[in-house]
Write a protein that binds this ligand. Structure first.
Ligand SMILES: [Zn+2]
Length: 698
């Protein structure tokens, strides 16, 4: 008995020692630029730091409430803005859960979801805290605040109102329950989608089925098959990098059909990963939440604080583009029918014919071979001599790769110092380009640490671009498609926004959701400018610069297929809006039927399905872009108009315009409304013609 007690004591001591070593709980990591020492942090460390972080934040907030001084901007708003330091430090586990998930991290996500939700509710519905915020808000004219401070105060006040602090205790309880259920459902939605994207396969049994598929993709498919115990066959998962080449290049119509349907029907297989009922519940709960807050539907609540302001403005823009886009798609459809006839394929074109024949029609019309173009788009060249080159020409940035001394969370991710004209490191950048198990689909930008001040010192943001681009295969390096190069420029545009952010307070908000894609999309405009292309597009074998003839063909064909692409995108945006404008969600609502009926009523060509079906529409149902998928095209009005500001000077690297863009758009966070920030940059309102021209819809 005694021995046992001794053992227990010994164990306790051991555990305490282990806890003390949790890197997240140390005041400093002691790494270069305080980059998190990823390799040394365990899942248990994250759990412990998250729990402690919530405790700490609670104590910090309680101290604000208990403070006997008269409330003022400093002791309430700034104090609140600076609280939760440990929690945000520990929060990087969630970035890793998107980029390099493991079953342990997924389990942690499920475990923390209800705890975090309860914690947020405690803060957002905290009446004594709100009373202090309201006091400061009501006395705001007495503090002589600058623009950033005004915005910080205003958004803090509004976010508490939005969080339900003014509701009766009963309704607050109801809201907290809704928030909890929503966060669980959204998490489940995303985890199901990750499964169906990474772990459902189409298998080809013979090489003959793969006719037309580039050799590199054949090799990757063979590798994947071997990995899943199907050696000697060829496997495709539902990552775009794996399945898109089949849709674009495979002659075998049956295989294209299988892949297309499997992709489109992710999480719609009536199995344990099905998202139909989850999506319906999410929509229903969001409506209930909006009603509780006094709005007639969820879209109204979401749009109130965006550039668009209301659903009518969103529909007006989408409708304005819908008709010319459908007309263009029908033109393209005629080309597809002609190509199919030539191929002696009977019947009407189907969704799985679109990419394949559009590619063929493009080849025939413009004599362009995308596989040949890819031979000039080697990933390192695109990054160093394209993406980085443009950032250098516009903003004077230089990039230094850190191969050994920086912590890495994933062996294939590269780390870089971002250096300004004066030689200062202004940010740390990770480029994580290749797909792997446990990585979310798609591409995104995020930060391991946002820009902030430590006293007078600006701490460098640690920024991450995650993509799923084409991998090296055999003796071929990672050769990219035109689309993938666009993605690299896009995500890097977000990264630039993170690099240059320079605000005083940590709580200063970011830009509105429908403004967020301006920095990323404007950066895409440089990707295929001939001057830029010549700088990075070199043949992977010979080093030969891309011939002028090919540059001309890329330019001439760049708008081809935009009818299809625009309709596909608008369709998803419309469904996202339609779902969130509902004022009643029937218990038997079939979300897939809803989607089909809504789009048929708008006259969508039968061959085009929305870019995402509701069951795999993570932008809309997973959280970030709910009643917000329209944001891409909303911001496109801005980015096309913004790029014209450069073109109008006759110099796409005009320094004066670039400086204005950096100063008014990239640096100030969201200290002003997007419409004001844009006006500051351009000196006028944006015009929509640039977008229509850019998509060839004019
Ligand atoms: Zn983006």
């Amino acid at each position: 008995m005694k021995k046992r007690i001794l053992l227990a004591v010994a164990l306790t001591v051991f555990c305490t020692a282990a806890l003390a070593q949790n890197p997240l709980l140390q005041r400093r990591y002691g790494t270069p630029y305080e980059i998190p020492p990823f390799e040394k942090i365990t899942v248990d460390n994250y759990r412990e730091a998250m729990l402690k972080g919530m405790e700490q934040e609670k104590a910090e907030i309680q101290a604000i409430i208990d403070n006997k001084e008269t409330p003022n901007f400093q002791n309430v708003i700034v104090a609140l803005s600076e609280s939760g330091d440990l929690l945000s430090k520990a929060g990087i586990w969630s970035n890793l859960n998107s980029a390099s998930s493991t079953p342990e991290l997924q389990a942690l996500a499920r475990e923390l979801s209800p705890i975090r939700s309860a914690h947020s509710s405690w803060i957002s519905m905290n009446k004594p805290l709100f009373d202090k915020i309201k006091y400061v808000y009501d006395h705001r004219d007495e503090y002589n605040l600058n623009q950033e401070e005004k915005t910080l105060l205003d958004r803090t006040y509004q976010s508490y109102v939005k969080g339900g602090v003014l509701l009766s205790p009963d309704k607050q309880k109801e809201l907290a329950a809704i928030n909890l259920e929503l966060s669980n459902l959204q998490l489940q939605f995303s985890q199901n989608l990750k499964h169906d994207t990474n772990q459902t396969y189409v298998i080809a049994n013979s090489l003959k089925e793969l006719e037309g598929l580039p050799q590199a993709n054949i090799e990757l498919a063979a590798k994947l098959a071997e990995k899943i115990g199907q050696k000697g066959k060829w496997a495709f998962n539902m990552q775009r990098a794996s399945c898109n080449p089949v849709l674009q290049y495979c002659k075998n119509r049956e295989l294209r059909k299988k892949v297309y349907l499997m992709y489109n029907d992710r999480c719609n297989h009536n199995d344990e990963y099905d998202n139909k009922e989850i999506a319906r519940k999410i929509i229903d709960l969001r409506l209930k939440k909006a009603n509780l807050m006094g709005y007639k539907n969820f879209a109204e609540m979401q749009l109130k604080d965006r550039m668009a302001e209301n659903a009518k403005n969103v529909y007006d823009l989408l409708d304005q583009i819908w008709a010319p886009a459908v007309a263009k798609a029908n033109e393209e459809l005629a080309d597809i029918k002609a190509m199919m006839k030539k191929d002696k394929v009977k019947g009407q074109p189907q969704p799985w014919d679109y990419m394949y024949y559009l590619d063929k029609a493009k080849k025939a019309k413009f004599d362009i071979d995308e596989a040949l173009v890819s031979e000039y788009l080697e990933i390192d060249n695109v990054q160093k001599n394209g993406v980085f080159y443009v950032a250098n020409k516009l903003y004077g940035l230089n990039f230094r790769e850190r191969t050994e001394d920086y912590p890495v969370y994933e062996a294939t991710a590269k780390s870089w110092d971002v250096i300004d004209r004066d030689g200062n490191v202004i940010a740390i950048y990770y480029s994580d380009y290749f797909p792997r198990d446990g990585k979310n689909a798609g591409a995104w930008n995020t930060t391991f640490r946002g820009q902030r001040y430590d006293g007078a010192q600006r701490l460098q943001p640690i920024v991450l671009n995650c993509c799923n681009l084409a991998m090296p295969s055999g003796d071929r390096p990672a050769l990219q498609t035109i689309d993938n190069v666009t993605t690299m420029f896009h995500e890097f545009g977000h990264a630039l926004h993170s690099f240059f952010r320079n605000v005083k307070y940590r709580g200063t908000p970011g830009v509105e959701r429908d403004f967020v894609e301006l920095p990323s999309q404007v950066n895409e405009h440089w990707a295929f400018e001939p001057e830029v292309l010549r700088h990075y597009a070199k043949h992977y074998k010979t080093g030969e610069v891309i011939p002028q003839e090919l540059v001309d063909k890329i330019e001439a064909s760049s708008k081809y297929g935009q009818g299809f692409a625009t309709v596909e995108y608008l369709a998803a945006s419309l469904v996202d809006m339609d779902l969130h404008c509902l004022e009643e969600v029937p218990a038997d609502l079939d979300v897939m039927k809803f989607q089909a009926e809504k789009l048929a009523a708008r006259g969508i060509p039968k061959q085009i399905l929305p870019r995402y079906s509701v069951t795999n529409f993570s932008h809309s149902l997973g959280g970030g872009y709910s009643a917000g998928y329209y944001s891409y095209i909303w911001a496109e009005v801005l980015d096309c108009d913004a790029f014209k500001a450069y073109q109008e000077t006759g110099d796409i690297f005009n320094q004066e315009v670039a400086e204005r863009f950096r100063k008014y758009i990239l640096s100030p966070g969201g200290i002003d409304k997007g419409s004001v920030m844009y006006h500051n940059f351009r000196g006028r309102e944006p015009k929509v013609d640039g977008l229509l021209e850019n998509r060839g819809l004019k």
